[in-house]
Write a protein that binds this ligand. Sequence first.
Ligand code: AMP
Length: 144
Amino acid sequence: MSQRTIRTIIDQQELVTTPAKTSVSEAARLMKQRHVGAVMVVEDGKLVGIFTERDALFRVLADGRDGQTTQLDDVMTRNPRTIHPDRSFAEALQMMYGGSFRHVPVVEDGRPVGMVSARDALGPELEAFVYELLRQEHVGEILA
Ligand code: AMP
């Protein structure tokens, strides 16, 4: 499987961060504008939480909260798991699988520098996986 580093994936990324005192509606607009499924919640330059589309659905909509008045502070996940940019993307995927989430903020020297998501796997890793399946199928046909 490809061993892309996180750094190569976040290379061209622009950070999508917002303070904890942002309303859910504002955060949703930001996520829409920037075409992302999650925002990093940052205070004094440090990552304090993550808010994802799943939180908007389960912790806001499903609970009957008002997006205009609810702040991220009340519905974000605090102290999310993070990864260093020099680690491999495969490691981030394992972290997502183990923790049942699809986003991992990337932190270097205590500062958020990007975010990887399961969607990033729709690249070389998926290609390598499909290739491996086809290879196994082919080997199976030969052995049959
Ligand atoms: P997701 O699948 O990424 O939309 O997230 C599912 C749940 O896990 C949501 O409650 C998120 O706030 C939370 N979550 C997302 N990413 C992380 C992370 N890196 N560490 C801990 N929790 C997370």
